[in-house]
Design a protein around this ligand. Structure first.
Ligand SMILES: *[C@@H]1O[C@H](CO)[C@@H](O)[C@H](O)[C@H]1NC(C)=O
Ligand SMILES: *[C@@H]1O[C@H](CO)[C@@H](O)[C@H](O)[C@H]1NC(C)=O
Ligand SMILES: *[C@@H]1O[C@H](CO)[C@@H](O)[C@H](O)[C@H]1NC(C)=O
Ligand SMILES: *[C@@H]1O[C@H](CO)[C@@H](O)[C@H](O)[C@H]1NC(C)=O
Ligand SMILES: [Zn+2]
Length: 964
């Protein structure tokens, strides 16, 4: 899956709170949690839809029957399936349901004699067949199949169970036939429906999301990734609609079934593949197409979106990205076609179904008038991510979900390589440091983090599988693979990757298989590494966290230590590596890159790192290593000196690193907060995006802690002074704001310049944003460039009153593209008028005003506003039981909500309120927010402590900086 938790820059400004630790993980998991909640609540269905025989024993205690285990036995192996599905896009007015019907025949081989058939099935009702059983069985090759003794549905483990009165014989083939009905619900899982309005008419799309364990909601199947098979799919659909699946359309004809004139589309059989990569879609969408070296490329979306050219960007970029990966993997695209479709309702960012990739609209559709450059970057990288999976993940699939991190980490790494190919001018590869490495550092620095790799036996239930889709799997996976590719060199890395793909094509593998192939490449090329690939990587994969490497330039001693954001936290999980890593150290000495070194033990002495005079050492060049760096005070001083006199002597990524490392080392009490603040002093000369972004992210924590205290004024004065030159720079670069900066990073940094200048009260900035907004209100023509809209809207609404707010609200209600509506919804939370904020809070619980899926984030946006903070907290406290009962099962994310509204908490009084809140609502409960309540209490305590220790120093420092 693509990153479901991707926070787009346009709307994420208020949501990105660097250093707030667990928040990133919580956002990451919210998608998964809401899916899980939906599943759990539906489990109260009657035990089955047509049992004829009861299971022999019905015990409540855990039993050890095969059907009580979550993993399939190894006795049966599917060969191919013939599946026909007929989704009904009209509601049955008698039952109130949207349904689909289906028939399936699966041919399987018996690998071990057995008298039991277990096949996954969830929420399907079966039509009884011979002798009143839920399925029928035939055998091939002349022998007679045993007859079915009893059949039932095992709800908890999601099986259709068939007990036979004789044994299936080893190496014999059998056919299992079923007829079934399922609900085409709007639950975003399995075969589901998505609704949207077009020209005032409500339309319905039938679509799928199988990963990880929902193919079994569409038809009975051996729903494990290693149970690969070939699928012959047929879809029955209304005349005039388009049916799509993984294979190419083979034939389509009009037929009459049960008195209905319908269309029947038969697809070419798929390649041998896993069930989680299947897709079936019926819609009346349009498409645009292209052919590249015989591969058909199509982009599907709502007809008006295609007509407006919103699919063009994706179509133009898909070919080059596909070609890039063919070269990178040295393997031609394995399928004859590549379809990509934008869906109005989609939970994750995108899903790599083989040959039919599904996306959220905002992850595929680009519109010059409404999309910012960050929206555009998101599209290019998500396409690259999904196309990368066509080989890594789809052609070669991990054997079991415990290795998910390798699949997602790999795609999250090479998405940058693919996007770079599509947009070579962007330098997008550098951004992995901000978006993945720094971001996941925040989560992986907690004592409650977890290792990349999980044990197979620990990952059994669907909920345990879903939990793996988190920031650790995606971003840490990407970070350590980037480090590996770097120390092996890209040549050796791709050499091993290619033989790995060739050996396991159409099959399954584990992460150690990749290590073996990389080792072969290392051996073949004589690459110099201090230990085997496996020994090095195990230290990064099998234990959680990462080290802080300390370089002492006066002694030359380099040492490592597990980095914990809260030094008082206790690590209760032991590690066989004792929290030591094998660390590759790329470094430079005073402007010259040196030969890389390795740190294999707790410490080592490297004489070349002992420097004196004005020489300085900088370690972890371009942050290719997954670790933070600390120095002796003398070297810190010299680095600060270089920043202030000649900052370009330090590579731009490392300027971002120095800021981020310093602030985090200060949070962990390894260096002083004042030293961290001093890394921002040179910013008045900095024009590059990455260091600014790093600083802005880290200073957000200071805003949260101090925007209600006397530190606020001096801090604002200091930051305004720092950002004014950047603001002026952009003013002249854009010829008084008339042009758009050419560079991608410059466009990003222009947003930082305006946001921070306005936030710190620079008059000229405020006048500028007000003037643009007024012009829009008066002329009804929006003069604001899409890159700047979020921040300009926010600042103008903050400066304005009811008139500005009402105007933005009406634009929000009338927005025809999700990208624009999201920017407005964020900006509406920026007003300083308490009554407007209170009314906006009320709107969040009215689905006619704010869509349910957006309620949580809107409340959190309001809480992020210093004026809105206490209003949002009062609102949530007062309505808790209402919110909980109304939204308990749906898309409402309680953990995001609790964490979001308590983010700023840093006083004893707030701590008492929070504890009271926990007590008062103990009866009602907190659902998925339970952990978040405790985390918030813990965070508030930590904040109180941090403020007590730092406030005076920070205040003194800002005051001293004000004076010339
Ligand atoms: C609606 O469902 C009922 C009950 O299952 C069924 O008898 C009826 O034929 C269905 N109506 C349509 C239009 O399919
Ligand atoms: C599935 O359909 C294919 C093509 O029509 C046919 O050759 C095959 O025998 C069928 N298999 C089963 C299990 O029905
Ligand atoms: C399946 O059967 C159950 C129990 O009879 C019923 O409540 C449910 O609506 C049925 N689902 C469909 C899709 O027909
Ligand atoms: C695009 O699709 C149309 C209609 O299916 C077809 O006629 C045309 O040849 C296709 N173009 C390319 C470049 O594949
Ligand atoms: Zn993915």
């Amino acid at each position: 899956m693509g990153k479901g938790f991707f926070i787009s820059k346009a709307v994420g400004i208020a949501a990105i709170i660097v250093g707030a630790g667990a928040l990133a993980t919580i956002i990451a998991l919210s998608v998964v949690y809401s899916q899980e909640k939906a599943k759990n609540n539906d489990n109260v269905l009657p035990t089955d839809g047509g049992t004829t025989s009861k299971p022999p024993v019905t015990t409540t205690a855990p039993s050890n029957e095969p059907w009580d285990k979550y993993r399939l036995p190894k006795s049966l192996v599917p060969d191919h399936y013939n599946v026909t599905l007929w989704p009904r896009l009209k509601q049955n007015l008698t039952t109130g349901l949207f349904i689909f019907t289906g028939q399936s025949t699966v041919e399987f081989v018996c690998a071990e004699e057995t008298d039991l058939i277990l096949i996954h099935s969830n929420k399907l009702n079966y039509t009884k067949r011979e002798n009143n059983h839920l399925a029928s069985l035939t055998s091939l090759g002349g022998v007679k199949a045993p007859s079915i003794k009893s059949s039932w549905l095992q709800q908890v483990t999601q099986y259709l169970v068939l007990q036979l009165d004789g044994k299936l014989m080893k190496d014999h083939r059998y056919h299992l036939h079923t007829d079934f009905t399922g609900e085409l619900a709007d639950d975003l899982g399995g075969f589901y429906r998505s609704e949207y309005m077009e020209d005032g008419v409500k339309k319905v799309v039938a679509t799928t999301q199988m990963q990880p364990t929902d193919a079994r909601k569409a038809f009975p199947c051996f729903d494990e990734p290693a149970m690969k098979a070939i699928f012959h799919i047929t879809l029955i659909h209304d005349l005039g609609t388009v049916a799509l699946s993984n294979g190419e359309e083979k034939e389509s004809s009009n037929v009459n079934i049960e008195g209905h004139d319908v269309q029947k589309t038969v697809f070419q059989p798929t390649e041998k593949m896993s069930t989680y990569l299947l897709a079936f879609i019926v819609s009346d969408f349009s498409f645009i197409n292209n052919t590249i070296d015989g591969v058909l490329i199509r982009i599907f979306a709502r007809t008006p979106a295609i007509a407006a050219g919103q699919g063009d960007y994706a179509l133009n970029k898909t070919g080059p990205i596909l070609k890039f990966f063919e070269k990178y993997y040295n393997s031609s695209y394995p399928l004859p076609k590549s379809d990509q479709i934008a869906l109005p309702d989609f939970n994750a960012g995108a899903m790599e179904n083989w040959g039919l990739i599904t996306y959220r609209e905002t992850a595929l559709l680009y519109d010059e008038t409404f999309s910012s450059n960050s929206n555009k970057q998101r599209i290019a990288t998500i396409i690259a991510h999904e196309l990368a999976h066509m080989w890594f993940g789809n052609l070669v699939t991990l054997r079991w979900w415990n290795d998910l991190w390798l699949n997602e980490g790999f795609a999250s790494y090479v998405e940058y390589l693919g996007a770079h190919e599509a947009e070579p001018e962007w330098n997008v590869k550098d951004l992995i440091v901000l978006s993945d490495v720094h971001r996941v550092f925040a989560v992986d620095a907690l004592a409650s983090s977890h290792p990349l790799s999980s044990k197979e036996e620990d990952i059994q239930k669907p909920a345990q599988i879903s939990e793996l889709f988190d920031a650790i799997s995606y971003s840490k996976g990407a970070s350590v693979l980037r480090m590996l590719s770097d120390f092996l060199t890209e040549k050796v890395f791709t050499m091993g990757l290619r033989t790995y793909l060739a050996e396991f094509a159409f099959g399954n593998a584990g992460y150690t298989d990749l290590w073996s192939h990389l080792q072969m490449a290392v051996d073949a090329t004589g690459t110099d590494i201090p230990e085997t690939v496996s020994n090095i990587m195990n230290t990064w994969v099998l234990q959680m966290g990462f080290p802080v490497v300390t370089v002492n330039t006066s002694t030359g001693i380099i040492s490592q230590k597990h980095f914990l954001l809260d030094p008082d936290s206790e690590v209760t999980t032991p590690s066989i590596y004792n929290y030591e890593w094998i660390v590759p150290i790329k470094w430079m000495k005073t402007e010259t890159i040196q030969h890389p070194k390795w740190l294999k033990n707790e410490s080592v002495t490297i004489d070349e790192m002992k420097v004196s005079g004005s020489d300085w050492v900088l370690a972890n060049i371009n942050v290719v290593g997954y670790y933070r760096v600390n120095y002796d005070q003398g070297n810190w001083e010299r680095l600060l000196g270089v920043l202030s006199t000649n900052h370009v002597a330090i590579p731009v990524i490392n300027r971002a690193q120095l800021v981020d490392d310093a602030f985090n080392l200060a949070r962990a009490k390894i260096i002083s907060t004042v030293l961290a603040l001093r890394t921002t002093k040179y910013l008045n000369k900095e024009r590059e995006y990455m260091p600014w972004e790093s600083a802005v992210g880290n200073l957000d924590f200071f805003y949260l802690m101090f925007d209600r205290s006397e530190v606020y004024g001096p801090m604002q004065d200091y930051l305004r002074n720092q950002v004014t030159p950047l603001f002026t720079h952009y003013k002249s670069l854009t010829d008084n704001w008339k042009n758009v900066p050419v560079g991608h990073m410059d466009q990003y940094n222009q947003v930082n310049a305006i946001s921070l200048a306005c936030r710190t009260g620079l008059r000229e900035c405020q006048n500028l944003t007000n003037q643009w907004f007024n012009q829009w209100m008066e002329t009804k023509l929006n003069p604001i460039h899409p890159n700047l809209r979020s921040t300009v809207y926010c600042n103008a609404i903050a400066a304005g009153g009811a008139k500005e707010w009402e105007f933005a609200w009406s634009q929000f209600k009338n927005a025809s593209i999700a990208i624009e509506a999201d920017k407005l919804r964020y900006a509406l939370a920026c007003t300083k008028q308490p009554w407007l904020l209170n009314r906006y809070l009320e709107y969040t619980l009215d689905p006619n005003m704010i869509r349910k899926q957006d309620a949580t984030s809107t409340i959190v946006y309001i809480a992020n506003n210093v004026i809105g903070q206490s209003l949002a907290w009062d609102f949530v406290r007062a309505r808790w039981s209402y919110i909980f009962t109304q939204y308990g099962g749906g898309s409402f994310s309680f953990s995001n909500l609790v964490n979001g509204v308590t983010e700023r908490f840093s006083t004893e009084y707030e701590l008492q309120q929070l504890k009271q809140f926990k007590e008062d609502n103990a009866e009602v409960g907190f659902g998925s927010g339970t952990l978040a309540v405790d985390q918030s209490i813990e965070r508030t305590i930590a904040n109180i402590k941090w403020i007590a220790e730092n406030k005076q120093n920070v205040l003194d420092w800002f005051k001293a900086e004000e004076k010339p």
